[in-house]
Design a protein around this ligand. Structure first.
Ligand code: UD1
Length: 342
């Protein structure tokens, strides 16, 4: 059985945590990354946690010849493709940057997999493919609504490209994992999220505010039709999310897939409001956060959370970590990045 996995984007936030879990599960990992939104410190963090430095190749997945050299040199049977841009607002301002990067990287990887006869691929999809869903929680059968951003569009298009390519290529099978809101960090605080510039996402904004890097968190809207007026999301611990990838690879490697192309939601199944998350962070870490209510952010959906029955039953995956532990890990990581004594 081939237990080698190529992790494209393996130095990034989700990629680095997944690499750790793959190594812990006995896989050999080859990381490809161009450090466009990550840096080499995450590879050192992986080594500190696992004792293993994964094979590393600095390359851009959009550079097909560079990727061909990776396929020539290594005989992995499985690929996990994380290498993509993910800032919703930026994608609205610079759509071509998103279409070019997120689609070309996938096309290259799938074409090379077909050419070199590699079998299993996991794709990083997102709850964004559901758009503003009419019925909650969303199941994998919930119809996808029109995407609300070019970023979301690339995720919908990528799922379709993967599905079509799997069906057209004998021996190829794929799983798309639809992530809800990944948060937190490895409990060791050796790896975590490293946002460049001003964070777009809630939890890094919270931890940077607590660290004094940002003055005040803006809560985008308290007039939504939800119990406390703020948006509802399904925040999934990064280590739990990473484990879902290991199970998805195992399912394909061991021939347990029920269809050549499968889709799974990866969330907790529990909606949490922005206010609840802020309070949870304060309680978990015994500190006070400077925040204020601001206007709604354009493009935000009121509420989305997952029905995770399929991942529970088919992947044998369950979200295990408690939100307070996740929020403690997020703060421990920020402190380790900033050299703050907790
Ligand atoms: C977005 C994307 C998702 C993507 C994820 C990671 C959509 C609809 N969602 O999720 O696909 O995977 O980013 O990049 O495309 N908030 C504040 N103040 C802040 C920041 C956020 O109040 O400073 C609120 C938001 O209004 C939202 C919640 O916190 O209600 C979560 O926001 P965020 O972390 O940015 O994630 P999403 O927008 O849900």
């Amino acid at each position: 059985m081939n237990r080698r996995v190529l992790v494209a984007g393996g130095a990034g936030y989700i990629g680095s945590h997944t690499t750790v879990e793959l190594i812990a599960a006995g896989y050999d990992v080859i990381v490809v990354d161009n450090f466009s939104n990550s840096d080499a410190s995450s590879l050192e963090g992986i080594q500190r946690i696992t004792g293993v430095m994964p094979t590393f190749i600095e390359a851009d997945c959009c550079d097909k010849e560079a990727m061909r050299r990776v396929f020539e040199a290594h005989d992995f049977d499985s690929v996990i493709h994380f290498a993509a841009f993910k800032a919703v607002g930026e994608s609205v301002a610079e759509p071509m940057k998103y279409y070019r990067n997120n689609l070309l990287s996938l096309l290259n990887i799938l074409e090379l997999m077909r050419e070199y006869g590699r079998r299993n691929v996991v794709f990083s999809s997102s709850a964004t493919v559901y758009g503003d869903a009419d019925v909650l929680p969303v199941t994998e059968m919930t119809p996808r609504k029109p995407a609300t951003s070019p970023y979301g569009n690339t995720k919908q298009m990528s799922e379709d490209i993967l599905r079509d390519m799997v069906h057209a290529t004998e021996g190829l099978q794929g799983i798309a994992l639809r992530y809800f809101n990944p948060i937190g960090a490895h409990p060791s605080a050796h790896i975590g999220e490293l946002p460049r510039g001003v964070p777009n996402n809630l939890v890094p904004y919270i931890t940077q505010t607590a660290a004094g890097v940002r003055e005040c968190l803006s809560i985008f809207g308290d007039d939504y039709p939800t119990p406390d007026g703020s948006c509802l999301r399904d925040y999934i611990d990064i280590v739990d999310l990473a484990r879902a990838h290991v199970l998805a690879i195992g399912r394909m490697v061991e021939g347990r897939s029920k269809a050549r192309y499968e889709v799974f939601n990866v969330g907790t199944g529990r909606p949490v409001s922005v206010f609840e998350l802020v309070k949870g962070f304060e309680q978990a870490n015994d500190l006070k956060l400077n925040y204020r209510v601001a206007a709604r952010r354009e493009g935000d959906v009121t509420a989305i959370w997952a029905d995770t029955t399929l991942a529970n039953e088919e992947l044998g995956w369950h979200a295990e970590r408690e939100l307070c532990d996740t929020l403690r890990a997020a703060w421990a990581w920020e402190c380790s990045v900033r050299g703050i004594d907790r």
